[in-house]
Design a protein around this ligand. Structure first.
Ligand SMILES: *Cc1c(COP(=O)(O)O)cnc(C)c1O
Length: 215
C-alpha cells in the first residue's frame, strides 16, 4: 500500500551527488489520503508527515499522537492568522511563513503556548501572482523581522510553478539559503524530489508517489 522504494530512491539520489542519505528527510504528504494508508505508513515506520490544512490535520492526528510519540507534523499549506493558535498547538514545524502579519501572529502564539517551533520561510521563486510565499525581493526583510521576533527560522521552502523546469528554482532557493545562513531546504515533490536532492534539498515532500493518487 505504501511505496517502500521511495526511501531507497532518496538514498540513491543522495549518494549519486556525494551526500549522505540521512541528510535528506522524507516528509510524507498525507493530505486527503485515506486513513488506512496513514496507518500503513505509521506501521512501516514513517514518522514525519506533511499536511496542508490545519483542521483536516487536527482530525487526523490529534488522537494518533498518543500512540506515536516520535511523530513530527509539518504544516506545508498556507496559514491564515485565525488558525495560528491551532497550528502552533498541533504542528512541530511550520514550513509556510510568508508575510509579516503571519510572523507576528506566530511569534505571539508561540510565546503564549510556550512552544518554539522551527519554521521555514516559503519563497515564491516563480513570482506567481496567485501563489503563496514571499517574493525573492521581500525575503531579506521578512527574515530579519522573523529573527527580531525570535522565530526560529531554520530554512526555506518552495513550490516551483508546475509548468517550469524545477531545477532553476531549486538552485535559486539553495543560493538564497546559503546567502542567509539557513541550513534547511524543503523542496522537491513526487515528480522531482531526486532533482531537488541533487540541488541540496534537506526535506522532500512526497505525496502521490508514496501513497498513490489522492482521492
Ligand atoms: C500536495 C503537496 C505536496 C506533495 O505533492 P505530490 O506531488 O503528491 O508529491 C508537496 N508539497 C506541498 C506544499 C503540497 O501541497
Amino acid at each position: 500500500m505504501i511505496d517502500h522504494t521511495i526511501q531507497t530512491r532518496i538514498e540513491n539520489a543522495a549518494r549519486a551527488c556525494g551526500r549522505d542519505g540521512a541528510s535528506v528527510q522524507l516528509v510524507a504528504v498525507s493530505k486527503t489520503q485515506p486513513e488506512e494508508k496513514i496507518d500503513a505508513a505509521l506501521r512501516a515506520g514513517l514518522c514525519v508527515f506533511g499536511e496542508n490544512r490545519v483542521q483536516e490535520a487536527q482530525k487526523r492526528w490529534t488522537a494518533r499522537r498518543a500512540d506515536y510519540p516520535d511523530l513530527s507534523l509539518h504544516l506545508i499549506g498556507p496559514l491564515q492568522t485565525n488558525k495560528v493558535a491551532d497550528a502552533v498547538a498541533l504542528f512541530d514545524v511550520i514550513e509556510t511563513v510568508d508575510r509579516p502579519k503571519l510572523a507576528h501572529a506566530l511569534a505571539a502564539e508561540m510565546r503564549a503556548q510556550n512552544r518554539a517551533l522551527p519554521c521555514f520561510i516559503q519563497v515564491n521563486t516563480g513570482d506567481e501572482a496567485q501563489k503563496a510565499g514571499c517574493s525573492v525581493a521581500d525575503l531579506p526583510g521578512l527574515l530579519q523581522l522573523c529573527r527580531d521576533l525570535g522565530l526560529n527560522i531554520t530554512g526555506l521552502m518552495c513550490i516551483p510553478p508546475v509548468q517550469d523546469d524545477p531545477a532553476p528554482h531549486f538552485r535559486l532557493l539553495r543560493d538564497l539559503a546559503e546567502r542567509h545562513d539557513l541550513p534547511c531546504l524543503s523542496m522537491g515533490m513526487s515528480a522531482d524530489f531526486e532533482t531537488a536532492i541533487a540541488h541540496g534539498a534537506t526535506h522532500v515532500r512526497v505525496g502521490s508517489a508514496l501513497f498513490g493518487a489522492r482521492g
